[in-house]
Design a protein around this ligand. Structure first.
Ligand code: AMP
Length: 175
């Protein structure tokens, strides 16, 4: 497989947001038009066969890739947000983190019954966030057609939490 321009631009930031985490900083990818364009083109190419009716982006970095991808696929975009950010009627899903819990929400009327949905985020790590997003999409009446990430941290085995679904990830890290 051809190497993506983005691969050389992802920046490793140690101990962010807390000690022991090696943070994959995608901002240098976003700053580079050719790299960003190539990422959106690849995501479009690989997700088109899934024939989706909507794209759900996970706050916040999932919005950055999700909205242009939705435009390319000629479908609408739905934001999946952290607790307390969405103004209208919401479905709520809480999930466990290493320490504590996190909560994500989606508008009740954001997905039409039976719609095929693509869930988008920047990084697949343990898969907890993406699995919660998938549960919300299904509770909202949608069908998860697949998930799309720029980066997958293979060693965290996030795929195991998403076994039922096709997964697209453009850059893999083994450690
Ligand atoms: P998880 O639920 O463990 O799969 O974590 C996924 C979410 O946390 C995504 O929204 C990512 O943006 C973020 N995330 C987790 N680990 C990292 C990392 N090492 N670098 C950058 N973002 C991360």
């Amino acid at each position: 497989m051809e190497k993506l321009l983005a691969e050389a631009l992802v920046r490793d930031v140690p101990d962010f947001p807390k000690p022991g985490i090696l943070f994959k900083d995608i901002t240098p990818v976003l700053q580079d038009y050719d790299a960003l364009k190539q990422v959106i083109d690849k995501m479009t190419e690989q997700s088109r066969p899934l024939k989706v009716d909507a794209v759900v982006g996970i706050e916040a970095r999932g919005f950055i890739f999700g909205a242009p991808l939705a435009l390319e696929l000629e479908v609408g975009f739905v934001p999946l947000r952290k607790l307390g950010k969405l103004p209208y009627n919401r479905l709520v899903e809480e999930y466990a983190l290493e320490y504590g819990t996190n909560t994500v929400e989606i508008h009740t009327d954001s997905i039409k019954p039976g719609q095929r949905v693509l869930i988008v985020d920047d990084v697949l790590a343990t898969g907890g966030t993406a699995a919660a997003a998938a549960r919300l999409v299904e509770r909202a009446g949608g069908q998860v057609a697949g998930l799309c990430f720029l980066i997958e941290l293979d060693f965290l085995e996030g795929r195991k939490a998403l076994e039922k679904y096709p997964i697209i990830s453009l850059i893999h890290y083994q450690e």
